[in-house]
Design a protein around this ligand. Structure first.
Ligand SMILES: Cc1cc2nc3c(=O)[nH]c(=O)nc-3n(C[C@H](O)[C@H](O)[C@H](O)COP(=O)(O)O)c2cc1C
Length: 315
């Protein structure tokens, strides 16, 4: 998620779950290739398994970008076919590409022949009036066999005109049933459902129909949920780290190294904002981080002193 799932958030997420696959924000292919790709690709091995998401529509450029991603150590390259922002639309990528299945197939073919790691896509269920299951079926049929074996579906259509990106994440109704149907009709594809999930019971329900689920806003706004997913959904994993304070203390060691290396404290603090959500003192904790970690003299102490607002509780 752009502006959110940066490397610092992913580090925090990995402290909480050893198994959940993490995704970068969408990196625009042109920006990546313009120079200094390490600026966009920097991450820690600790984040693995972590996938790189690209936005673009030029098969050659995307395959070069995918190669850079593979060399940088990402375990999967995901092509964004779901972003509805006007900037993305004018660049002829994101969800606009759902209207150009042949171009998508060409991109996937080039990308998959350039790298040895999986190429995946993230789509919506449709665009504007083209939102019937038949249209979705035809789109997936057209790209099936062109280099991707996995498809993540945000179970909402997008409107290219009239709705902001935010509205496009909230107003078009969720149609989880279409994603279930897609798995039924393309059993050889790995189908991952995304959109509106925030509880283990919802996840359990959908896992009866699809191969996996992706959490978006819930991962960011209730990050502690991630501390429970290994035990709940992955076999033979025992994640003993179930205490927010332990998570914080592990993250603070990373924060110390990052801040010493010149990272702004406000960037390091941002993923922590909702760690104590629902706990006594959570609001003051957030306010403290917003206020003290953005000051010019902020440092590791500005993070550590936020602890005074939250009480030790059992999760
Ligand atoms: C602030 C924000 C940024 C997002 N950025 C991306 C992105 O870079 N790539 C992407 O595939 N989806 C992006 N999304 C969409 C989410 O991945 C997800 O598909 C959508 O929010 C629905 O899932 P959710 O209800 O679990 O949040 C973004 C969503 C939000 C709220």
């Amino acid at each position: 998620m752009m502006q959110y799932t940066d490397r610092h958030f992913r580090y925090l997420a990995r402290i909480m779950s050893q198994r959940a696959r993490l995704y970068t924000e969408m990196i625009v292919c042109e920006a990546l290739l313009r120079g200094r790709p390490e600026r966009f690709l920097a991450h820690s091995d600790f984040e693995q398994p972590v996938a790189l998401q690209l936005g673009g529509c030029d098969p050659k450029k995307l395959s070069t970008a995918a190669k850079l991603g593979e060399q940088a150590g990402f375990c999967e390259i995901n092509l964004n076919l779901g972003c509805p922002s006007s900037r993305v639309k004018s660049g002829r990528f994101g969800v606009a590409l759902m209207g150009e299945p042949q171009l998508v197939a060409d991109c996937l073919t080039e990308m998959s022949s350039a790298v040895n790691i999986p190429i995946t896509i993230k789509t919506r269920i449709g665009i504007a009036q083209n939102d019937s299951y038949e249209e979705l079926f035809k789109f997936v049929e057209a790209i099936d066999g062109s280099g991707t074996k996995a498809i993540i579906v945000h179970a909402r259509k997008a409107w290219l005109d009239g709705y902001s990106p935010r509205e496009n994440r909230e107003i078009p109704p969720l149609r989880h049933d279409l994603v279930h149907q897609l798995k039924h009709d393309f059993p050889h594809l790995t189908v991952v459902l995304n959109g509106g999930l925030s509880s283990k019971s919802e996840i359990n329900h959908h896992l009866q129909h699809v191969d996996g689920v992706m959490l978006g806003r819930a991962a960011y706004k209730t990050p502690f949920l991630l501390a429970t997913v290994d035990n709940a959904f992955f076999e033979s994993v025992t994640n003993n780290l179930v205490d927010r304070f332990d998570i914080f203390h592990q993250y603070i060691e990373y924060a110390r190294v990052q801040i010493n290396a010149g990272t702004y404290p406000r960037h390091i603090a941002k993923p922590l904002h909702y760690l104590f959500r629902g706990q006594p003192g959570a609001r003051q904790w957030r306010r403290h981080l917003s206020e003290y970690c953005t000051r010019s003299n902020a440092g590791i102490d500005s993070l550590q002193s936020a602890l005074k607002w939250v009480e030790r509780t059992t999760p």
